[in-house]
Design a protein around this ligand. Sequence first.
Ligand SMILES: C[S@@+](CC[C@H](N)C(=O)[O-])C[C@H]1O[C@@H](n2cnc3c(N)ncnc32)[C@H](O)[C@@H]1O
Length: 275
Amino acid sequence: MSAIKHTQLLALDKRALANRFGSRAESYNAATPVQQVMGQCLLDRIRSEQPDGHVQEILEVGCGTGRLTRELKALFPSANITAIDISQEMIDYATKQVPGPDYLVMDAEEYLRSLDRRFDLIVSNATVQWFVDLEKVVASMRAGLTPGGFLALGTFAERTFCELADAFDCAYQKNRLAAQNHLVPMKSVGYLRQILPEAEVVEQDILAHFKDVRTFLQSIKNAGAVNSQSGQRSIPKAVLRDMLHYYEARYKEPGSRKIQATYHACFLFYRRPAG
Ligand SMILES: C[S@@+](CC[C@H](N)C(=O)[O-])C[C@H]1O[C@@H](n2cnc3c(N)ncnc32)[C@H](O)[C@@H]1O
């Protein structure tokens, strides 16, 4: 594929991603308790890192509905917050819910590529797994910190939805079909360590429970977190049926009768040296 075609494809995917998240702006908060827990982990760490609150300029990348933005505003009431999201609807929602910050509707990868200012705190929760060139993004975030500035990044890593991946593999095998990946590809913790070797890396498996697999799949949809990459094939009916069966048989909790889903959260914390 030529470089130009590849760029066009990525642009289209990003537009699809923005539309998908945008269409979920109203349902997003209720559908994402795990992302909320991850945001709280970032906040706890930020709180303990900045005891005297000397933070003037804050950048939030992928602010979504503004749930974390609200907490940042409360924690640093006199700071200037710049909050970016690629979805106009998400920014409209955040603007209504949390007035005050400078909101930008923009591809944060582009924004960071041409960053001409510095921030005391850069925060991003549950967003960078959608980025095309995370290595460049993290390098720009690092360069965009003031001396002594702090980066707090939370994303999903490779064990996320491992039960679903396993159930799909088994279903494809049973149907003697070549396995397709229907999940958003997640970066490994090894890779995340590599792109910012000085960062402290914290991993946490967060288990969520759902009435059944269809409810779980619907919650992914309501969060806007389905794969929008071009070339995604639809799931053969028999594979879907066997996947649901296998998942419920293997990952139902004996006591609660609910199915389990793993969210593998990975946090990067980095402070730029002051000198
Ligand atoms: C899973 S939501 C997380 C929202 C929020 N940070 C939270 O903690 O709930 C991911 C957000 O990232 C945004 N996003 C994805 N790719 C982006 C990009 N390239 N630039 C800016 N925002 C992006 C989406 O529109 C969506 O609102």
